[in-house]
Design a protein around this ligand. Structure first.
Ligand code: NAP
Length: 354
């Protein structure tokens, strides 16, 4: 890690992901000279308390990015679309957590342990993948490199914190209402989420998939550099507060045993194998919550694929941490460490980067 002291902005600092970003920056001792917390005009002037320290919030407008080295955006796609170019024009490099820029050609989409080198080419914006994609690709990378990927089918079980603060409150309210024998009201989701499973995350597309499902398809292809990868997804919201779980079925090019797969997964930085079914040991949402790692278990041969080329597994990770905040901070760490903070076009031939 470089020793320079950086001015870091967090946009969406009052939100669930924004607060986690601040916490992760502080936990990892990121070299912050100044921390600028931004949100909408509604929250300007309020304070965010992290680790007992109060931080004042300012309105996110382009001028607020003067002097900012790195801006971590987590305020939704529209805000990123509108504001990120202005932030870049004012000198900041944006690490964006929304879906606004992920599939834009020329914008790197980076998972820190999978394709860090892609960040080198950025022109001011680096995209942080969707949380469901994030936890999937480190595991797929290990199989891609060792035995090749032919086809992937992933079904997700996603927590309400993936929707934000209002959804957490809605699930809590519905649980309380049920316990009190009162009717449950739903406003964030189209149906009650308590005691339910909703196969609708983000909007429906013309092809019948939801946009969340299609993010997993297109983002995985981009990050893994496999534009033709055959991959399908069903994304389901479940009444869990934190951590997304995924049932993953993989068809590989060459044969692979569950034992070898476990060894490959364990060798990926930030991946932990929890796989002892006889003792009821497998990844759990409750145990992944608050952790930065991706947990994988229930690794078994899929007999529906011939020649030992099929695997089934269960992948769990904290959607707010590795799925959003931690990976964003890891991208910040890597561009700082490799002197890639400035856009590539302003680095080339410009001597030492800032
Ligand atoms: N939660 C996850 O697991 C997850 C994972 C990956 C990606 N994401 C993405 O991260 C983003 C935020 O998610 P969240 O869960 O933190 O949502 P959230 O809890 O609802 O927070 C939203 C944040 O955005 C700010 N904001 C809203 N409008 C703004 C504006 N016009 N200008 C500046 N700031 C504005 C809000 O500030 P105010 O207080 O002023 O309203 C708040 O700080 C979304 O794009 C989401 O898709 C979330």
């Amino acid at each position: 890690m470089t020793r320079q002291s950086l001015t870091v902005a967090v946009v969406g600092a009052t939100g669930v992901v924004g607060r986690t970003m601040i916490q992760v920056l502080l936990e990892r001792d990121f070299p912050i000279g100044e921390l600028r917390l931004m949100a909408s005009g509604r929250s300007a002037g309020s304070t965010v308390s992290i680790g007992g320290t109060s931080h004042r919030v300012i309105e996110a407008v382009p001028e607020a990015f003067d002097g900012v080295d790195i801006a971590l955006f987590s305020a939704g796609g529209t805000v990123s679309e509108d504001l990120a170019p202005g932030a870049v024009a004012h000198g900041a490099t944006v690490i964006d957590n929304s879906n606004a820029w992920r599939m834009t050609p020329g914008v790197p989409l980076v998972v820190s342990q999978v394709n860090p080198e892609d960040a080198a080419t950025h022109q001011g914006i680096i995209a942080n993948p969707n949380c469901s994609t994030m936890q999937l690709v480190p595991v797929l990378m290990a199989l891609r490199d060792a035995v090749g990927l032919e086809r992937v089918v992933v079904d997700t079980y996603q927590s309400v914190s993936g929707t934000g603060a209002e959804a957490i409150a809605e699930l809590e309210g519905q649980i309380r209402a049920h316990a009190a024998g009162e009717p449950m009201t739903a406003s964030v989701y189209p149906h009650p989420i308590a005691f339910n499973a909703l196969p609708e995350i983000d909007v429906f597309l013309e092809n019948g998939y939801t946009r969340e499902e299609w993010k997993v398809v297109s983002e995985s292809r981009k990050i893994l550099h496999l534009p033709e990868l055959r991959i399908s997804c069903t994304a389901v919201r479940v009444p869990v507060f934190v951590s997304h779980s995924e049932a993953v079925h993989v068809e590989t090019r060459d044969a692979i045993t569950p034992e070898r797969a476990r060894q490959l997964f364990a060798a990926v930085p930030g991946v932990i194998v929890r796989d002892d079914p006889a003792n009821h040991v497998y990844p759990l949402a409750t145990e992944a919550a608050g952790r930065d790692e991706v947990f994988v278990g229930r690794v078994r041969q899929d007999p529906s694929i011939p020649d030992g080329r099929g695997l089934a597994l269960w992948v769990v990770s904290d959607n707010l941490r590795k799925g959003a905040a931690t990976n964003a901070v890891e991208i910040a760490e890597l561009i700082a460490a490799r002197d890639w903070i400035r856009p590539a076009s302003r680095r080339a031939g410009a001597g030492s980067a800032a």
